[in-house]
Design a protein around this ligand. Structure first.
Ligand code: NDP
Ligand code: GDR
Length: 407
């Protein structure tokens, strides 16, 4: 039985990768951080009692800032594969704690590589480093002739996160060359899912679209509506991570869809899922997203709720008890309501304006093919967030406390 060790197992990618590796028959070990409240929601369904006989999912307490802890865990586990996904992964937050990010996202990668080397596991253990499209920084002049970023495009990181990750990238490549280690970078473009952290733009949008449609929120505040990202589904991207470590030779790969979309268009797609048409009005920080029309049938299909229409007013239906329990607002939606506003608080000191990746190498060499397109991704995320509100309702019915995940 192959053994894999995943750092960042409690995160979006860690949870999907753990599922994939368990399906493939691996024994999966993960490093989780001690927290004052539970932080394992994404992997609770995989948990096994250590007293069972055949345990193939084991969690270890640890932190990428603690070398001795990393060395001890790797020594105990003797993994065949390590996936280093642990990171402070929020670009905007990295401007607030740049030194911490350098330590975790940069030196953390070194700690893994060095632990494997000093434990004499350089020949046995293959290492995947979670590199990122943030390395490119969206510099127009660094695109290839066809207008994409690929494995040979120069880097120009635009945030403390990107700068820390560039260290992780190069130290991985250096250990491969210096010590002949099977250490690879996956340069992954943005990938999202219903498990995406609530403060990344896609999840913030799908949660708000669901909440606004169901009468639980009035307005969504966003930053740069014109930023463009190459968005894929995390479920597809963890498959690429595994494929990268199964090759004959260690190499670096770009994982992307090859399409790019503006934040404002993602907003429109998410709201369209619940039958809302959004129109943009105004400019710069005064730009707003206005409710232009509602398709009642689409709304009902997506939410399971009825809308009562009176002129240009739409009132969210459902029994009064249901509305109260789910904390629906008693207000109605009107055509012309402002649902989205710009808040400069979400602007970054330096922005990455546009990312678009060229996945040719991963498609031809790894045989990687994503299953989700952007429409499929938005649908999956919207369905997840609408269900989340109903799950809250179930839990309330059972008398249990519900954590409010809204930001
Ligand atoms: P998440 O933010 O969802 O997960 C990050 C994980 O890292 C969490 O498990 C977190 O633990 C853990 N972590 C944070 N700090 C430490 C630390 N000091 N020591 C150990 N673990 C730590 O990120 P994603 O799953 O989206 O991304 C996975 C990796 O891929 C990251 O390295 C990210 O930078 C990179 N990446 C992500 C892309 C994306 O679009 N999602 C694209 C390209 C790269 P906790 O739950 O306790 O906070
Ligand atoms: P990103 O993802 O910075 O690309 O990093 P994020 O979703 O945070 O931002 C994408 C773009 O949307 C713009 N934006 C907003 N972003 C957030 N978070 N909140 C807002 O309200 C908002 N409004 C507009 C941003 O300015 C940006 O241009 C993600 C992370 O997962 C990294 O770890 C990973 O390496 C890269 O993707 C690839």
């Amino acid at each position: 039985m192959k053994k894999a060790l995943i750092t960042g197992i409690t995160g979006q990618d860690g949870s999907y990768l753990a599922e994939l590796l368990l399906e493939k028959g691996y024994q999966v070990h993960g490093i989780k951080r001690r927290a004052s409240s539970f932080n394992t929601q994404r992997i609770d369904h995989l948990y096994q009692d250590l007293h069972e006989t055949h345990v193939n999912f084991v969690l270890h307490y640890g932190d990428l800032t603690d070398s001795t802890n990393i060395i001890r865990i790797i020594q105990e586990v003797q993994p065949d594969e390590i996936y280093n996904l642990g990171a402070m992964s929020h670009v905007k937050v990295s401007f607030d704690s740049p030194e911490y990010v350098a330590n975790v996202d940069g030196i953390g990668a070194l700690r893994i590589l060095e632990a494997v080397r000093i434990l004499g596991l350089a020949k046995k253990t293959r290492i995947y480093q979670a590199s990122t499209s943030e390395l490119y920084g969206g510099m127009e002049e660094n695109k290839n002739g066809a207008g994409f970023y690929d494995e040979s495009s120069p880097f120009y990181p635009r945030s403390p996160y990107g700068v820390a990750k560039i260290y992780g990238f190069w130290i991985t490549k250096n250990y491969r060359e210096a010590y002949n280690m099977f250490a690879c970078n996956g340069i992954l473009f943005n990938h999202e899912s219903p498990r995406r952290g609530e403060t990344f733009v896609t999840r913030k949008i799908t949660m708000a679209a669901a909440a606004i449609a169901m009468g639980k929120q009035d307005c969504l505040y966003l930053g740069n509506l014109d930023a463009q990202r190459d968005w894929g589904h995390a479920k597809d991207y963890v498959k690429a991570m595994w494929l990268i470590l199964q090759q004959e030779k260690p190499e670096d790969y770009v994982i992307a869809t090859g399409k790019t979309t503006k934040v404002r268009d993602f907003v429109q797609m998410a709201f369209a899922h619940v039958g809302f048409t959004i129109r943009w009005e105004g400019e710069g920080v005064d730009e707003v997203g206005i409710l232009e029309a509602i398709d009642k049938e689409l709304y009902k299909k997506a939410t399971g709720l009825e809308l009562d229409v009176q002129g240009s007013e739409f009132r969210v239906q459902g029994s009064n008890a249901e509305r109260r329990t789910m904390n629906f607002k008693e207000r109605s939606l009107k055509i012309g309501d402002v649902l989205i506003k710009v808040d400069p608080e979400y602007f970054r000191p330096t922005e990455v304006d546009l990312l678009i990746g060229d996945p040719t190498k991963s498609k031809t060499q790894l045989g990687w093919e994503p299953e989700y397109d952007l429409e499929g991704l938005v649908e999956d995320m919207m369905r997840g967030d609408i269900q989340m509100f109903y799950k809250d309702l179930d839990l309330i019915k059972k008398g249990r406390k519900v954590l409010n995940q809204a930001k």
